[in-house]
Design a binder for this molecule. Structure first.
Ligand code: SF4
Length: 193
């Protein structure tokens, strides 16, 4: 939730502040007065909304899963866990998939802005919904936690280092040999998407 619409460095600062304030547990966040929680996560942006949602998530999860997040995530199959997480306010598909993959350690392919941009540029598909992109990748990548984990990390790295929003570095890009957009870039730099 903290990583939504912000850079990771801001999240790190928020995590540091939460740690310092003794708010690194579900029960601690659930019982925390909003102004205190807002102060702690201020650096993550949209902090008022995020504080409300984070506290609401912890309160509901505690009420419905008193066994704790770890036991809940371990006992629930990936598909069911994803569906349940999506019913929580503030948990969209990307957040749910991150939780299933990274917190529960179960296969659920994460689609983020880097993946969509690269997929569109490389002409894997066009105009797909989140679920469409997810189905495309899950259909083509072996359903394995380590593979999904590494694949997502590599796509993020590629998006940051080469397939940038503007002025992508197609020349040295490792996908240059297979990417549909690479040849267009030189001819039509200004309209590159
Ligand atoms: S070749 Fe260019 S457009 Fe294609 S993935 Fe690499 S950086 Fe992105």
């Amino acid at each position: 939730m903290l990583t939504q619409n912000t850079a990771w460095t801001n999240v790190e600062r928020a995590l540091g502040a939460l740690h310092k304030a003794g708010l690194m547990t579900q029960a601690g966040i659930a019982a925390c007065p909003l102004p205190r929680l807002e102060r702690a996560i201020r650096s993550s942006g949209y902090y008022k909304q995020k504080a409300r949602r984070l506290r609401e998530f912890c309160r509901r999860a505690l009420a419905e899963h008193p066994e704790g997040l770890k036991a809940w995530f371990a006992a629930s199959p990936a598909g069911e866990l994803r569906k349940e997480l999506l019913s929580y306010k503030g948990v969209g598909p990307e957040t749910a998939d991150c939780l299933v993959l990274y917190a529960a350690g179960k296969p659920s392919f994460v689609i983020d802005a880097y993946t969509r941009r690269l997929g569109e540029r490389a002409a894997l598909a066009r105009g797909l919904s989140y679920e469409g992109w997810r189905a495309l990748f899950e259909g083509g990548v072996p359903s394995d936690v380590k593979v999904y984990n590494e694949y997502h990390a590599l796509l993020v790295r590629l998006g940051k280092d080469f397939c940038r929003k503007s002025k992508p570095l197609c020349g040295p890009c490792p996908l240059g040999g297979v990417c549909a957009k690479r040849t267009l870039y030189g001819k039509n730099r200004k309209t590159f998407r």
